[in-house]
Design a protein around this ligand. Structure first.
Ligand SMILES: CC(C)(COP(=O)(O)OP(=O)(O)OC[C@H]1O[C@@H](n2cnc3c(N)ncnc32)[C@H](O)[C@@H]1OP(=O)(O)O)[C@@H](O)C(=O)NCCC(=O)NCCS
Length: 379
């Protein structure tokens, strides 16, 4: 494909909408939600504050934050029928399960037939609470455990870990999860958010738009990359000597294979989210007494930077971070969704507030027009 054709195929640098939610500067490595730099948010914000910011365009006051925390807590218990459906699903990919179960949640939503702005907002909050419960409960069941009832006194990150592991999480793990959720919450017109906005623009319901987002996030070129990173690290082997790591990476590059967790359509410098995840990966590794995954990741980063001038993206260090926290690989992309539901819903609400059907055109490259019709036995 020529560079021009490539750019066109990927809608590269095409501005497809205007939005007040996320500011991205790929050359300077800047990411900001509603004007707040991601580094400040990662240092200071909770995921709940981030959700409020994305949905309302400003940070909440104490009472508003308390209200949102109560609304999220109220949304967390899953309908009994959803738990039954979860048990009936065959062992499957976490994203497949999440897609089916999120779609099913639409049937039980008290606002299912109300697509007014107020009802869509209530559904956005509800989905954010429910998707965390879905992923935690699915993760537990995959390990042979039973569902854990949410604890309404816990924050979003803490409750997620509690429902996943069944034990009260330690403050470091809670903070790490809170930061990871904040970092993944929104990213402008990424593929899954675009898919959700396109669906919403037809005036379908919010559950359908979110299911479009989940299906799009699943792909290995998008959210699926974090799981691929960990599979790669394991394939190289925890005890691999440096030469083996080098040979693996160089071999993949020589075969023109992609290294998961590197490269980005928008960033031409370090993805600012990777800076925090790198730090978390090393800190959690030190705390767990095993920095091997982090060291291996660092070596791969240096190699890929040297050989291809590519920087790690959000998915690269989130893999070793989650692995060190004891989270199953199958849950990495679903955890991306636990966070991104906030950005998807913010964009869907924004789309609905000033909607027009999104319907681009294609450049026609098929057989010349007009072709002569031939009866079937003469073709
Ligand atoms: C993110 C991604 C899909 C962006 O894709 P894109 O903007 O279409 O960029 P391209 O795939 O056209 O890549 C441009 C060049 O960089 C190379 N490249 C991009 N990412 C690469 C990677 N992870 N490993 C090796 N080479 C890579 C491509 O092979 C291509 O090289 P070429 O010009 O010699 O053919 C791409 O970088 C990728 O596939 N990364 C791995 C998956 C991943 O981590 N996804 C999560 C994104 S947050």
């Amino acid at each position: 494909m020529s560079p021009d054709a490539k750019a066109k195929a990927g809608l590269e640098d095409i501005v497809a909408t205007s939005s007040r939610i996320c500011f991205l500067d790929g050359d300077r490595g800047v990411l900001a939600y509603c004007g707040y730099d991601i580094h400040d948010l990662a240092r200071h914000a909770t995921f709940e504050e981030t959700c409020f910011l994305l949905w309302h365009g400003r940070l909440p006051g104490r009472a508003e934050l308390g209200d949102l925390q109560s609304q999220l807590a109220a949304a967390r218990p899953l309908p009994e029928s959803i738990l039954r459906l979860m048990k009936m699903l065959p062992p499957s990919d976490g994203m497949d399960a999440l897609r089916t179960l999120t779609s099913a949640l639409g049937h039980y939503d008290p606002d299912a037939h109300d697509n007014s702005p107020a009802a869509s907002y209530r559904k956005a909050v509800r989905l954010t609470g429910q998707i965390a419960s879905l992923v935690a409960t699915w993760g537990r069941m995959q390990q042979g455990g039973g569902p854990i009832a949410p604890d309404p006194a816990m924050g979003h990150a803490a409750n997620f870990l509690y429902m996943l592991f069944g034990t009260r999480p330690n403050p470091t793990a809670v903070r790490a999860m809170d930061i990871a959720l904040t970092l993944h919450a929104d990213h402008e017109l990424n593929a899954s958010t675009f898919a959700a906005r396109v669906a919403a623009a037809t005036l379908t319901d919010i559950h359908s738009a979110i299911v479009a987002g989940i299906g799009t996030l699943k792909g290995p070129l998008h959210g699926g990359a974090n799981a691929e990173v960990m599979k790669m690290l394991i394939e190289i082997g925890q005890d691999a000597p440096p030469e083996r790591i080098d040979a693996y990476v160089k071999g993949k590059l020589a075969r023109k294979e992609k290294i998961p967790g590197f490269g980005h359509r928008v960033y031409h410098t370090e993805d600012p989210r990777a800076t925090h995840l790198r730090q978390m990966s090393t800190q959690l590794g030190q705390q767990a007494g095993n920095t091997r995954w982090f060291e291996m990741s660092e070596r791969i980063e240096a190699l890929v930077k040297g050989e291809k001038k590519l920087f790690p993206n959000v998915d690269f260090y989130s893999a070793s971070t989650y692995y060190t926290m004891g989270i199953a690989i199958d849950l990495y992309t679903p955890i991306f969704a636990v966070s991104r539901i906030s950005g998807w819903t913010a964009h869907v609400l924004e789309q609905l507030s000033n909607n027009r059907l999104i319907r681009p055109r294609a450049e026609y490259t098929g057989p010349a027009y007009p072709q002569t019709w031939m009866p079937v036995d003469q073709r």
